[in-house]
Design a protein around this ligand. Sequence first.
Ligand code: P6P
Length: 338
Amino acid sequence: MKRITLTQFLIENQRKAHVTADLRLLIEVVARAVKAISCNVAKGALAGVLGEAGSDNVQGEAQKKLDVIANEILLQANEWGGHLAAMASEEEEGIWKIPSDYPKGGYLLLFDPLDGSSNIDVNISVGTIFSVLRCPRNTVEPNEASFLQPGTAQVAAGYALYGPSTLLILSVGNGVHGFTLDREMGSFVYTHPDLEVPEQTSEYAINSSNARYWEPPVQRYVGELQRGAAGPRGKDYNMRWVASMVADVHRILTRGGVFMYPMDEKNREKGGKLRLMYEANPMAMLVEQAGGAASTGRSRILDVQPERLHQRIPVILGSRSEVEAVERCYREAREGGG
Ligand code: P6P
């Protein structure tokens, strides 16, 4: 089968008016940046890029050297192209303004430059997550409020997974498509057309060490899975937890499952563990575009109206039937039946 590259895929989508020339440029620039990140991740100890950077990010988390490197690669790759009005990064407290000597465009790019970086030093897959919004019309100077749009406003979302192979998974609103980096050519090759989350699954992903902190509906739901064939679900389930959201979500996009980082008492005052704007929203768009569902347990993630750039949120996403089962546990708890 003749394989096409990301560039040809984007040009064909531009001809069908699924993407504008500027959005095509944006995605190609992000793809080039994640190739550079992939090279740095792959060098590991050989390039002295492992370990702590000696600084904390806005989240108060110790930064890894590769967090800083990946963030700088994405900012520098995207600031000169004229396609962006501004950027936002997990690693930057405020929004990243386009330097005045460069032209501005109509898009806003948000990203988690290196998700799962606690896995870097133990050589486990990590990733980059990105989300694209339109800058509100007639915006002279973008500010944080320009970014506070619900996930349904995203025009594109995707992630790079730095695993045994480097993958770029992308949606521009017409399904989910995957590309594998051919390191010899230096191109992303279209290898995974029309990814779909299998409706049924026997696999779940959650950090079970937090069980005592979960809300009762999640404790009920996970307890039912763990009771297996003898329990109310009538079948045995398997559990996976990579602690890199990109790796766990990619597994679910590929073979089904449900990923949960629910509200828990440890994270309640922060609003949850995962960030809405550049983790939950892009992953929710991808999963819904692939036929799955993404919920806080109480409501659809993509409908949430953001209030702060680095806002956190509970995340339950994956195979639609399982997400609906979790929502049912929450609903029955509210109605007093759970
Ligand atoms: P825990 C990585 O730090 C991350 O943001 C997600 O990629 C991942 O799913 C989660 O946190 C892991 O959290 O509490 O299991 O270490």
